[in-house]
Design a protein around this ligand. Structure first.
Ligand code: SAM
Length: 382
């Protein structure tokens, strides 16, 4: 069943790139991460203190063996199979809402596409995605008509989701900014940058601020980070997140970072967490991207790479990362950087696997590392 979730050309692409492992990779991508990570905000608390607060809040946090600011929660499920047929009246949800329900969220009215006409509040219903996949079972809290037309409110209280990840955003500890939900590989990125307060640091594609706020945390809120993004909405969200986390050493700039050289800055360190095809993001109820999107995105990323190289001082460091699995957006773009005169650096924190035909880069595979699919390279301008 999971195979239908990937366009044929992409399946073939994965088989060419990953050989026999491709099937396992695709099956993992269909499910949420087995270990759901958060990052302790050490600007406000310690791991030990946060662990006990989370336990009091009813959760079962575990320490990351790799990072002292890492905590994870075990995923629960699957609670039923792909071919389960509860035979209940059906509520059909948007892809986005279905992905949330699939991981344990409630279903709100804006996420409802269609509902069996006979549904009334209190009825047990099944929730399916637009392609018919069962993502959860729950109790209707609105009538069929209400849930389709309302623009707000709880439509279905989900009692049995396919999987269950902890819901964290309602916790007091979240509101107080004691942690940030961030995948393990994303946390490795800021460590590899090894930021220090004397350095001029630029995050070229920063919103909503996960990696910027981690860098700020490693700098203990000292020095200055220039954080750029082209999306006004995402920058607004980032502003709120930095406020929640108590981050104070970030200057936000709204611009197209392909034009970074026009600012005339020579940075000591640059993070390019590039816009990508996001093939590594889990879970995927289905994937829409094809190898053609991979080609186009890899090409687009080279504009950012060129801008980064121009804006980096000699001897400066560029950390390049993506949340995707393709070769073109990862190792091939690193080869491009090597042709431009950058040199690969060793990575002091290595949790993933080596790259494809390239040792000094780090790849995270969803099936091997139980994380999002991810890629990190560290380079120096010599
Ligand atoms: N680094 C972020 C974090 O850890 O939270 C995630 C960044 S996300 C992978 C890529 C970002 O690139 C998006 O926020 C997007 O708005 C931004 N972006 C895309 N094109 C851009 C451009 N031309 N200039 C600046 N930012 C851009």
């Amino acid at each position: 069943m999971y195979l239908e979730a990937f366009p044929l050309e992409l399946r073939e692409y994965y088989r060419r790139l990953f050989g026999e492992e491709a099937e396992e990779i695709m099956a993992s991508l269909r499910t949420p991460v087995e270990k759901y990570y958060i990052r302790v905000n050490t600007l406000k608390t310690s791991r030990q203190k946060l662990m006990s607060i989370l336990r009091r809040e009813g959760l079962k946090p575990k320490r990351s063996p790799y990072l002292k600011e890492g905590i994870y929660f075990e995923r629960k499920g699957p609670n039923f199979d792909d071919d389960s047929e509860p035979g209940l009246p059906v509520v059909r949800a948007t892809k986005f809402a279905s992905e949330s329900v699939y991981q344990g969220a409630m279903l709100y009215a804006p996420g409802v596409l269609q509902a069996d006409k006979k549904i009334k509040p209190g009825d047990e219903v099944e929730i399916r995605d637009p392609r018919g996949l069962l993502v959860g079972v729950g109790i209707a809290r609105m009538s069929a008509k209400e849930m389709v037309v309302s623009t707000r409110g709880l439509a279905v209280e989900v009692t049995l989701p396919r999987f269950k990840l902890p819901s964290l955003s309602e916790l007091e500890s979240f509101k107080e900014g004691l942690f940030y939900a961030q995948s393990l590989p994303s946390m490795v990125v800021a460590h590899l940058l090894e930021p220090s307060e004397e350095e001029l640091i630029i995050d070229m594609t920063a919103a909503p601020g996960g990696k910027t706020s981690h860098i700020a945390q490693l700098m203990e809120n000292r020095g200055e980070i220039i954080a750029i993004d082209k999306s006004r909405n995402r920058l607004k969200k980032m502003e709120g997140e930095l406020e929640r986390l108590g981050v104070k050493n970030v200057k936000l700039i709204h611009m197209d970072s392909r034009k970074l050289p026009e600012l005339g800055i020579q940075a000591d360190k640059i993070l390019l967490d590039a816009p990508c095809t996001a093939l590594g993001i889990r879970p995927k109820l289905w994937e829409g991207r094809t190898p053609r999107d991979i080609e186009a995105t890899a090409h687009y990323q080279r504009h950012f790479i060129n801008a980064a190289i121009k804006s980096l001082r000699k001897g400066g460091v560029l950390v390049y990362s993506t949340c995707t699995l393709s070769y073109e957006e990862n190792e091939a773009n690193v080869r491009y950087m090597l042709e431009k005169g950058l040199k690969l650096e060793d990575q002091s924190l290595f949790v993933g696997s080596h790259g494809i035909g390239m040792d000094n880069v780090q790849r995270f595979y969803p099936n091997r590392h139980l994380t999002q699919g991810f890629f990190i390279a560290k380079l120096r301008k010599v």
